[in-house]
Design a protein around this ligand. Sequence first.
Ligand SMILES: Nc1ncnc2c1ncn2[C@@H]1O[C@H](COP(=O)(O)OP(=O)(O)OP(=O)(O)O)[C@@H](O)[C@H]1O
Ligand SMILES: [Mg+2]
Length: 319
Amino acid sequence: MIITVTLNAAIDKSLSVPSFRLGRRHRTVEQTTMAGGKGVNVARTLKTLNQPVIATGFAGGPTGTRIVEQLTEESILNDFVRIREDSRTNTAVYDPTNGEQTEINERGPAVTSKEVELFRDKLLYLARGADIVVMAGSLPRGVDSDYYARLIRDLKRMDVLTVVDTDGEPLRQAVRAEPDVISPNVLEAEELVGHEFNDDEDRAIAVREMIQLGAREALMTMPDGCIASSIEAGERQLSRVWIEPREAVAAVGSGDAFLAGYVSARYQRQSMEQCLRFAVACGAESTKRLGAGLIEPRELDRVVAETAIERLVAPIEVS
Ligand SMILES: Nc1ncnc2c1ncn2[C@@H]1O[C@H](COP(=O)(O)OP(=O)(O)OP(=O)(O)O)[C@@H](O)[C@H]1O
Ligand SMILES: [Mg+2]
């Protein structure tokens, strides 16, 4: 079983608005509303890929009720801690005439210390039946920045594979707790290692730095693939995966589809190379659809075949 954690779950509203201009009145030509937040998106893609997954996190007020209802409608198993304050609604406006996307994310609810404790109990209970726990997205107000780090330490004692996709201080602290996998995009990685990258060499160095900071494996995503430091059969490998960038319909959430693809392949004990190719293929496939975490599984074999992988340095043994 795979568990996804979404502490700042949301209702995601995606609007397609041609020739979007600030200060004007518009009509949408296409509109979708779905349960969202990074962990929820990962759960949706995992469900589509036919993997056993339970989505957990916080859900509050009428918006929280809608989140749970929408997940249930999609047959995504879920078990959220109900909180008093209302969960947030995030709005993304996509302009098909120029491909630009504007996002407005609400601040979201504050969580009480009692709710935070309830969640820890629930997660540790659910994790007893889990192989992988994916923690993805930002922390709501009222949750300390070391919360993911604490959960990672708890989960590692239970022999669960811990995967983290977040940014800023929560990521910095999480990495110190030595999670199994992190998957920042370039901006998040630059913030984590504390300098900017100009080329693939800089990016490869950064991936190594993330390992030195504590992550066991690090996947850094970019629109044309990823650079990964991963471990297979006791050997650490540094690899670069490529795909021809698409003209995205909606690039938001491609990182979530990437991560779901990776976790899905990993859950099926596929080779490191297969996991990375499949992740990049899922990320690329998701950019063709409005709405986070949406992929068409029948397309994936073809997209995987479009990926290329290169080992950047000779593998080294790890303990
Ligand atoms: N335009 C694109 N064409 C093809 N693949 C893409 C494109 N954009 C993203 N991807 C795929 O999706 C993966 C994740 O992309 P990216 O680094 O943009 O994620 P992200 O910034 O974390 O996105 P989000 O947080 O919104 O989900 C990449 O590794 C790549 O495989
Ligand atoms: Mg991301």
